[in-house]
Design a protein around this ligand. Structure first.
Ligand SMILES: [Zn+2]
Length: 262
């Protein structure tokens, strides 16, 4: 073979290798729970205005729990609904099988810290977020880009670190009140959610230990809101829908208006 042909062959091989590497990288990114770039390092506490698609994002904090989480998952499955679980590293480490089940059934996992402290110091915040991210990745094989701070406290080091690291920090737009000190029953939890949802609402619920009433309420929420035409999607999916919506409306042209989503 002439040296010219060999050189040509070498170039071809390098070219093919680059294509394969890019393909592998794309597959890795696709298998993670990617979020649109406009939401990276942002606090999300409001719906996008004028969004009309009848979708809701149910979110469950403080789990997984061996009794409550399977009941929530059963209810979601029965309605072909998807949800988001903000797990604590502590619970996630105890129940790797539940972590796998959550992901296997099409739901998304976010970080809810390791110990669920209210005001950790900066280094504790860094280590807890990393530790929980590692547990999620180890048990599910996926990387998450979403975070929720305990007790909704955004002025603490958890939130500071999460934003610095580019996570989307989620609050909620509907509170089910299922974690108030004086625990309420499943019918009231359900009523708090079913009452007046708007397209694109983010619903705060809990599947941590002792939250069986929420699992029961989930059945009623899914039944009644499915009947009125709502679909239930994960937070990364909701962000993608918002992103598309903003791209196709004039809202996306104004940075000032965009801030209203955060
Ligand atoms: Zn919590």
């Amino acid at each position: 073979m002439s040296s010219k042909r060999i050189r040509g062959l070498n170039i071809l091989i390098v070219f093919a290798a680059v294509i394969i590497m890019l393909g592998v990288q794309a597959a890795v990114i696709a298998s993670d729970w990617a979020i649109p770039s406009r939401y990276k390092g942002k606090i999300i506490a409001k719906r996008v205005r004028y969004f009309t698609q009848k979708v809701l994002a149910l979110t469950y904090d403080d789990g997984p729990d061996r009794k409550v989480t399977p009941k929530v998952l059963d209810a979601l499955k029965a309605h072909n609904a998807k949800a988001t679980f903000f797990v604590t590293g502590y619970q996630a480490q105890r129940y790797p099988d539940l972590m796998k089940r959550i992901v296997g059934e099409g739901h998304v996992i976010g970080i809810h810290t390791y110990t669920h402290a209210s005001r950790p110091d900066y280094s504790k915040a860094i280590s807890e977020i990393k530790r929980t991210a590692d547990i999620i990745e180890k048990t599910t094989g996926k990387k998450t880009y979403i975070f929720r701070t305990p007790y909704g406290i955004v002025k603490n080091n958890y939130t500071k670190v999460a934003l610095q690291q580019g996570y989307s920090v989620f609050l909620w737009t509907i509170c089910s009140a299922d974690a108030t000190r004086k625990r309420i029953g499943s019918a009231t939890i359900a009523k708090n959610v079913i009452h007046t949802p708007n397209p694109g609402d983010i619903v705060l619920l809990h599947d941590g230990p002792g939250h069986m009433a929420t699992a029961i309420a989930t059945q009623q929420i899914l039944r009644e809101l499915s009947a009125s035409g709502y679909k239930f999607i994960t937070l990364p999916d909701l962000l993608c829908k918002w992103d598309k919506y903003l791209e196709t409306t004039s809202l996306s042209k104004s940075g000032k208006k965009l801030n209203k989503i955060t």
